[in-house]
Write a protein that binds this ligand. Sequence first.
Ligand code: ADP
Ligand code: ZN
Ligand code: ZN
Length: 730
Amino acid sequence: MLFDDPDFQETIASVLVPVAVPGAYTYKVPPGKSVVPGTIVKVPLGSREVIGAVWDIEPDAAINPKKLKTISRVYDETPPLDEDLRRFVDWVAGWTLGAPGMVLRMVLRSEEALEPEAPVPGVRRIEGAEPDRMTPARGRVLATLEDGFAWTKSGLAHAAGVSSSVIDGLLKQDVLETVMMPASPPPPKPQLDYAQKPLTPAQQAAAEGLVACFDKGGSVALIDGVTGSGKTEVYFEAIAEALRRGKQALVLLPEIALTEQFLRRFEQRFGVYPAEWHSQITVKNRARVWRGVASGDVRVVIGARSSLFLPFKELGLIIVDEEHDAAFKQDDRVPYSARDMAVVRGHLSGFPVVLASATPSVESIVNAETGRYRLLELPERASGAALPELSAVDMRQDGPERGRWLAPELIHAIKETFEEGSQSLLFLNRRGYAPLTLCRTCGHRFQCAHCSAWLVEHRFQKKLVCHHCGHSEPVPQACPSCQSTDSLVACGPGVERIAEEVSDRFPQARVLVLSSDMAGGPERLKREMKIVEEGGADIVIGTQLVAKGHNFPKMKLVGVVDADLGLAHGDPRAAEKTFQLLAQVTGRAGRVTGGGRGILQSYNPEHPVIRALLASDKTAFYQAEIDARRAAGLPPFGRLAAVIVSGPDRAFAEGYARALARAAPEDTAVTLLGPAEAALAMVRGRYRFRLLAMAPRQYDLQSYLRNWLNTGPKPTKGLRLQVDIDPQHF
Ligand code: ADP
Ligand code: ZN
Ligand code: ZN
């Protein structure tokens, strides 16, 4: 179509833009350009320009084109987002009640990926050319170039183990030539038969069960396997199957700290590293991975929950490892569960999704019981090693002396473990030195100025830190309230304080604290994980970070400093979460060699969760939990949605929340609770109130909420309203 043709009809496209508005905006397509649904474009929006995606072409939109703005750039070199991904974006928006543009924003995470990388100079051998004189160094360079590919000079020097002057010499003699080459050549492809471990019979059966899922469209499998049963080896076979079928695969992990070990294991199995995707990768790598995923050059991605929104060319498998982990739930912006949305993405595109855990979520167990998910069990460790033996210390009778946190029995066990050259892990899910600092003279407690939370002392950093907003201040010399010096006391332990006690008792031991907030960031953490793995530490003190998925071959003893910690919450998920966490963390003991021990320090060893752990009675625990949920109509037997109202003025926010509650449509199926102060009543200076809607399982809660929020009073004056479907905490 010629644009100077008088009959020319302008094309109008609706474009989804990454902002929180309910729908798409309409634009004119620039003359001479063509777009299709999914084409990535840049459009003017107010005074700025944003990247969006064409969502629809509207040839006969009843809009006067003169009033429309024009798309300012069409990214023709980037593949359009395919229909499956667009449907997924719409589905997630519909489910979460989020703006589709905000979901799209998770897809368009790398603006740099849209700009093609400029080629870089490289060197290549000129066919048939020989140097005047052959040296071993020159021989290595020529051998490296044998397959005909171009290399960057530095890459070649490194690979051949020569200095760059050797390469310069060969260039001067016209044995090598300079050519322009892509800045990032496609990554090497995984090799399916690189090195497969012989599987145990149970693993083999599970692997076959996974492979069978490929012929059943979007089916979901749950691998319920004890710690050390080799779930990773099993789902590697599902990845191999996806690759064999010409598909890409995605592995979701809850924690970046886990990726290092995973990358190495993947390399051992497939001969190459998979691509990584999470918030810590560099802008450049992010762009490369995004592009590689879209072009199909990248075959396997391992990533955090956000990788679920990558524009895969031909995704054919998603694995969600540690599927029970709360880290898969995103709480801000668009609250969504990456585990649940992975199942949806698989379902929409008709490919299998594999969930794996030693302690699956109650939701997934129920789905397996009702036959919705295919259950694959691995009841034994791959090494044949027995599961750790667990015991409890009753802290009411056998606790430590005042000011100490480790009971004599635990100290004794650490001593034995240390003396036999094995490792111990002390687990406490509390970062920092002490969770609360108070003044002994006047009772002043240090609280965050912006949140309803205590400031946590971090002694290594000499700071008091808020774990909710990040606010920090130096540890003061005197009490700000009564000015007395020497009266501030640290109350309760954090991991740093446990480390202090351990170093005190075992001066010869190598003690390491593993906590996500230690200086040095994720790189240091990865290094330290490796140190532990290789036996370079004797006693490790860690937060929940160490509970997940790691394989520490020399770890024999796990001590849980405060087994009651998670149970104190009024949250109905507290039992499940605590059971999972403690089973996982004690599961670190004796994974390879057996003979592992777990010691739980508890003031309430009769608690059903502690009893179930001690008896290793997982089935009984899940059954009791499922019965309780069913009786109370809680998920997965009922549906929940939280509506959080927040604002800088407490009374105003509360008043609005009340008005909103009054405006809720009558419906006998829906029970509305609240408004009540949210569990964290203030965060970052905003007061938060929560309404909770409960409904039966089959009820369309989203429609109810949509209707309610559309007809109810609108938030004004700095108020914010957020819907959280299936909240983690309820
Ligand atoms: P899980 O994820 O189930 O806790 P992993 O996959 O981490 O277990 O495996 C635990 C350990 O057992 C790892 O060191 C792994 O290499 C090893 N392993 C698993 N399966 C086998 C096998 N079939 N043969 C030999 N070693 C295995
Ligand atoms: Zn004081
Ligand atoms: Zn704070």
